[in-house]
Design a protein around this ligand. Structure first.
Ligand code: ATP
Ligand code: MG
Length: 642
């Protein structure tokens, strides 16, 4: 079917469309009503239906594809590969479910999982789903305080952790972080289940609380744990947002709607049919990891590659060799991941046989054109940008090569995914923006299946955070967007990443992109600094490409000129600092709020989502040193002139 018709049906006749899509999964009791919208902005899909994510991801495939690979867990850190068939996955998940029950975990109980990309993390997630426990995976790179915050919010019955993770060959013990988090937590669970790979030889165990997975697995070797059929209202899992803009929100998802969204998207968006191979380089701790390392491919009867390690170790060809070896059809990564490879020799992209590879999807942050071109040319497959949020759980704006591939337009993730009724709203008038006019991207309720149902234990925050911005009841994405006449949407950055210079509202991303057009600039972050006269003025922090020989001050002056030429004098950066690193979250997003705080000489606040604390020191040093360009007090200057 053509995209236009498919999409039109999904939003104009949602009950008929989603009623048909519901057949993609197994229901123990089929839904009696497809959509209940009696209490907006809440909506319930597939009312009366009962199903189970684990059954759809594992049991359902045993008859036809029991001996097919379900999961290949590869670690370039521990130098190991595990090839796991659906039958083996079924056995491991049953054992894990038996262990959970022995630790008194049952339906509705929360289980926090703090593990790197390893097979047991997937077993743990599926085992929770099997018995109706609600998992909340916390990214293994988060520090103790961040883990404690999530524990306090989720109040888990059990915490499952690895003894350690590894990054770049270095062991990072997890258990001391867990101990510190539980000491800080107001709601520590009675037990910690430790999956040890023997990486942390000095690991301490707390008697009575800590239990060992290997020992319990041996006891539960032959367990068969029946599936718990769950009603639509039951939460399947919680996942906290990255916390780029503030306190993370506990995104809550349902069971049936999510299963249908996974079954639909893996086929029509990601173009993966049963038996085919998907490789998502994401982490199980992120939304992409949940949906396209675990649930999507498995619900779709495909093979999922799970990778622990850096894209550059043992060498920058590691991902592509895996694509060759396992005949990967669709790959999913992030612009950050590709930018890491872009610093390496492009010849690495040509060394493996990539004849099976058809698509590379990239999501999570804006995909800049140079990166998109570099990877598209290097691999010879289209890079497909897709836009989503932890909240949506699957792409909201994308192209759909599994259905009908529309032309790629650089700079745009494309067209709305099925079920997403979108508008761009002019912030000041509240009316729909015209084509080419900038506004806030919103979704008209009902949100499609798979999207969040609420914020965990906080319906008020769900309504206030997302639905209280406009006179109509609309879901605000909190991102700026612009739509062209063909309906392609460009994302222009977050609504709180806007600065107001003398009454002009400027998106920080526009200035960042302008600065980055200078050939020597690798990456830039722009924030607004308080200014008595103008309200705010733009301040730029930029990193330079490797091997640049020009003086930072010269590049900075040229950057300032780029902005003046391209965006006008009003956007002219008041100060430019050239630095060696920019502060980013663990998911690779720029942490502008911490830059802002440092510039305004405030405490940078909660830095627990920060990837590399060294980047902040780098910024502090730059501030002490003074800017490479600009820096005259703009207010003073203007005062002198008058
Ligand atoms: P928090 O909501 O806690 O501040 P966060 O928004 O960073 O954290 P995520 O849900 O991981 O948490 O990120 C979603 C956001 O990432 C989107 O709202 C958007 O700003 C950005 N994003 C994702 N994909 C794209 C894309 N393809 N192009 C541009 N921006 C994107
Ligand atoms: Mg967000």
């Amino acid at each position: 079917m053509r995209y236009e018709e498919f999409y039109r049906q999904s939003v104009d006749e949602p009950e008929r469309f989603w009623g048909e899509q519901a057949r993609l999964i197994h229901w123990d009791t089929p839904p009696r009503q497809i959509l209940d919208q009696s209490n907006p902005p809440f909506r319930r899909w597939f009312v009366g239906g009962t199903t189970n994510l684990c059954y759809n991801a594992v049991d359902r495939h045993l008859a036809e594809r029991g001996e097919q690979l379900a999961l290949v867990a590869i670690s370039s850190e521990t130098d190991s590969t595990q090839e796991i068939t659906y039958r083996v996955l079924y056995r491991e998940v049953n054992r894990f479910a038996g262990i959970l029950q022995s630790l008194d975990v049952g339906q509705g109980d929360r289980v926090v999982i703090y593990m790197p990309n390893m097979a047991e993390a997937v077993y743990a997630m599926l085992a929770c789903a099997r018995i109706g426990a609600i998992h909340s995976v916390v990214f293994g790179g988060f520090a103790a305080h961040n883990l404690a915050l999530r524990i306090d919010d989720a109040e888990p019955r059990l915490l499952i952790c690895a003894d350690a993770g590894m990054r770049g060959g270095k062991v990072i013990p997890y258990k001391p972080l867990v101990d510190a988090a539980l000491a800080e937590s107001k709601a520590p669970p009675p037990h910690v289940l430790i999956v040890s790979r023997g990486l942390d030889r000095d690991m301490q165990r707390v008697g009575g609380r800590d239990v060992d997975y290997a020992r319990l697995r041996a006891e539960h070797m032959n367990d068969e744990v029946p599936v718990t059929w769950l009603e639509l209202n039951e939460p399947s899992y919680l996942l906290y947002t990255s916390g780029t803009t503030g306190k993370p929100k506990g995104i809550q998802r349902d069971v049936g709607g999510y299963a249908v969204a996974m079954a639909l998207s893996i086929r029509t968006i990601f173009d993966i049919a049963p038996g085919q191979v998907m490789f998502s380089t994401s982490d199980v701790g992120w939304a992409v990891g949940h949906s396209y390392n675990v649930y999507g491919p498995l619900i779709g009867g495909a093979t999922s590659l799970l990778y622990e390690g850096l894209p550059t170790r043992p060498d920058p060809g590691v991902w592509w060799r895996l694509c060759e070896k396992y005949r990967v059809r669709t790959m999913f990564s992030s612009p950050t991941g590709i930018r890491v490879l872009k610093k390496q020799d492009a010849a690495w992209l040509k060394k493996a046989d990539l004849s099976s590879l058809k698509w590379l999807f990239l999501a999570g942050e804006p995909l800049d054109e140079p990166t998109a071109h570099w990877i598209t040319d290097g691999l010879g497959v289209p890079a497909i940008d897709n836009y989503w949020q932890t909240e949506t759980g699957w792409p909201a704006i994308t192209l759909m090569p599994g259905l009908d591939l529309k032309p790629v337009k650089w700079g745009s993730p494309g067209l709305p995914a099925p079920g997403y009724k979108m508008k761009v709203i002019n912030e000041s008038t509240g009316d729909e923006a015209a084509a080419g006019e900038k506004g806030v991207l919103v979704f008209v309720p009902p949100l499609p299946p798979g999207c969040l149902t609420t914020v965990w234990r906080d319906d008020g925050r769900y309504v206030n955070s997302y639905f209280s911005h406009f006179k109509e009841l609309l879901y605000s994405s909190l991102d700026w967007a612009i739509r062209d006449a063909d309906g392609y949407t460009n994302i222009l950055g977050r609504t709180d990443d806007v600065i107001n210079v003398a009454g002009h509202r400027l998106g920080t991303r526009e200035i960042e992109e302008s600065v980055a057009t200078h050939a020597s600039v690798a990456e830039a972050a722009v924030i607004g600094m308080k200014d008595e006269l103008k309200g705010q003025v733009p301040v730029v922090f930029a990193t330079l490409k490797q091997g640049v020989v020009e003086l930072p001050a010269d590049v900075a002056r040229a950057m300032q000129q780029c902005v003046t030429d391209q965006l006008g004098a009003v956007a002219r950066p008041a100060r430019i600092y050239v630095v060696n690193a920019l502060p980013k979250t663990r998911s690779g997003k720029l942490l502008r709020r911490s830059l802002q705080a440092l510039v305004e000489q405030r405490d940078p606040g909660d830095l627990s989502t920060l990837d590399d604390p060294g980047a902040l020191d780098e910024v502090r040093r730059a501030l002490e040193r003074g800017p490479d360009q600009g820096g005259e007090e703009p207010g003073m200057l203007a005062a002198r002139k008058t």
